[in-house]
Design a protein around this ligand. Structure first.
Ligand code: F6P
Length: 525
């Protein structure tokens, strides 16, 4: 790991890390049994406990000094103010604007009226669908929503609907993301075209997966209801109204959002329409309000109590000073099962970068690999690796204080396991038998939600969004582009004719070999 030129905070942190080298996390509790309270912070209705991280008050002070040296809070202000924080694509990133009510100017135009209009259109449409006033082509009300989209155009709505399933009293929502035809086949199974609304969410409206599924869904609708049915059965959430209209939708069926909303930050825009239809616009607005409360705190809290910033700094400490290349996301809630996948896109697509904003190489590791699944099932899968594997990982535990189902006793047992895991990972175990010993000293953060409800979900997701942005600033990278995903897409375009058996001119020999294997096996040779 090299030291960024002209940094004083970085060498101070490196020296501090060396001083702490022989100090175990649990011994920090011996020295200060109250460190739990000292390192726990309220945040927009959540509680975030950093006390099982390998940090002291001095570590936190040095990390805050690094944030100050890197100008993080000034960069936060630039984010909220609509500055072009996405310089490679020349635009701002204003996901915060669509969940608030503040004036923000983009290219000299106040976008608040546009934001409010968009929200109002969502409210009117979602309630018309929920109340059966929006009729399908045969005059029947909508009973099911088929949500098409991928990546940021799907992961957020899917996670939030899973989390809030307990209050979803509108039409059932099904998702199809993948090109694998089984995904759409499964989603369509048992649906009646006459009572189905298709929501196509795609910022660009050109994404192959989504457009392939959209075309298939259109054929499915038109085969049953005729060509004129589209206007009653398909709507779009997109930044490209022109492309949605080219697809065949009337402009009134398009719910636009600005180019200044990044795909993986788009849940809060019209991409959230399936959520608003399922739980109602008032509940969707509570989700926005929870995120907005998080925004206000991120923007105004002093660095030493700024929870997203502290989460970013602790993550950087683990990554760049303690050498941890993996972050395990461990929600102790079945309804948060999609959180690891959501965070994989949010953090890894945002900060999986090797060059700085100015194009020079980043000379230190950036985003760790993220994986996870809910506890306790994960305990019976990969926690062995967390406890005794050779590669120490940092963990985020997400727990919900109030029971999510009907049985308090089971919930209490679930909580006991969550707390046991973070304690075991920190404290370890010495038995005298090397096979049974657990080294411990694995750091973790615990995030507590009072209840699984719209506002706490909004705050939780905004916490991770802001952590991601703050880390990007600390590493000097642009979290809002994703050029890396384009290479594979363009190669797939070249390979498709060969897979279809049309021609294989110009294929890489490694690919030609596998195309031949696939052809042989699919013929049963
Ligand atoms: O994975 C690349 C990506 O561009 C994501 O950033 C985005 O969320 C996803 O594809 C879908 O893109 P779109 O909303 O344009 O269909």
């Amino acid at each position: 790991m090299s030291v960024p030129a002209s940094s004083t905070a970085w060498p101070a942190l490196a020296a501090h890390r060396d001083q702490l080298a022989q100090t175990r996390i649990d011994s920090l509790f011996d020295a200060d049994p109250d460190r739990g309270a000292a390192l726990t912070h309220p945040f927009a209705g959540l509680v975030v406990d950093f006390s099982k991280q390998r940090v002291t008050a001095r570590t936190m002070a040095l990390l805050v000094a690094l944030a100050e040296e890197r100008g993080v809070m000034a960069a936060v202000e630039r984010l909220f103010a609509g500055a072009p924080v996405n310089p490679t694509e020349g635009r701002p990133a204003l996901h915060t604007a669509v969940r608030g009510d503040e004036h923000v100017w983009v290219d000299g135009v106040d976008i608040l009226p546009e934001v409010q209009r968009g929200r109002e259109r969502m409210r009117v449409f979602a309630s018309a669908v929920r109340e059966g006033r929006w009729k399908g082509a045969t005059g029947l009300p909508i009973r099911s929503v088929l949500a098409l989209g991928i990546g940021g155009s799907s992961l957020g709505p899917r996670l939030v609907l899973q989390a809030l399933a307990g209050i979803a009293d509108g039409p059932e929502v099904r998702f199809a993301e993948n090109l694998d035809p089984v995904g759409l086949d499964t989603a369509l199974a048992g649906l009646d075209p006459a009572t189905t609304l298709v929501v196509i969410a795609s910022k660009t409206f050109t994404t192959q997966e989504t457009m392939t599924n959209a075309a298939a869904a259109r054929r499915w609708l038109e085969a049953a209801l005729g060509e004129g049915a589209l206007a009653r059965h398909v709507v779009a959430a997109t930044a490209r109204t022109d492309e949605a209209m080219r697809f065949g939708l009337p402009e009134s069926n398009v719910f636009p959002f600005g180019e200044w909303i990044g795909g993986r930050y788009s849940l809060w825009s019209s991409v959230g329409l399936p959520v608003a239809i399922a739980i109602g616009m008032p509940a969707f607005e509570h989700l926005l309000a929870g995120a907005h409360a998080a925004d206000l705190e991120f923007r105004s809290a002093p660095p030493e109590r700024n929870v997203p910033l502290l989460a970013a700094l602790v993550g950087l400490w683990n990554r760049n000073f303690l050498g941890m290349g993996v972050l395990a996301v461990l929600p102790y809630a079945d309804r948060l099962a999609s959180l690891p996948a959501y965070l994989q896109q949010l953090e890894m697509e945002s900060n999986g970068k090797s060059v700085r904003i100015d194009g020079t190489p980043v000379d230190m590791p950036t985003c760790p690999a993220i994986f996870g699944q809910p506890g306790t099932p994960g305990q019976h899968a990969f926690h062995q690796w967390l406890h005794q594997g050779t590669d120490p990982a940092a963990c985020d535990f997400i727990v919900v204080a109030t029971p999510m189902g009907t049985r308090r006793d089971a919930h209490e047992a679930l909580l006991a396991h969550a707390l046991a895991q973070s304690e075991a990972l920190m404290a370890g175990r010495r038995t005298g038998d090397a096979h049974r010993d657990c080294p411990g000293d694995r750091p973790s953060t615990t995030i507590v939600l009072p209840r699984l409800e719209p506002a706490s979900m909004g705050a939780l997701l905004a916490l991770y969004e802001h952590k991601t942005y703050a880390q990007a600033v600390l590493w000097g990278i642009n979290p809002f582009d994703q050029f890396g995903v384009e290479l594979g897409k363009s190669i797939a375009g070249r390979i498709l004719p060969a897979v279809r058996g049309q021609h294989d001119g110009g294929l890489h020999p490694a690919t030609r070999h596998l195309v031949n294997v696939l052809h042989k096996l699919s013929r049963g040779d």
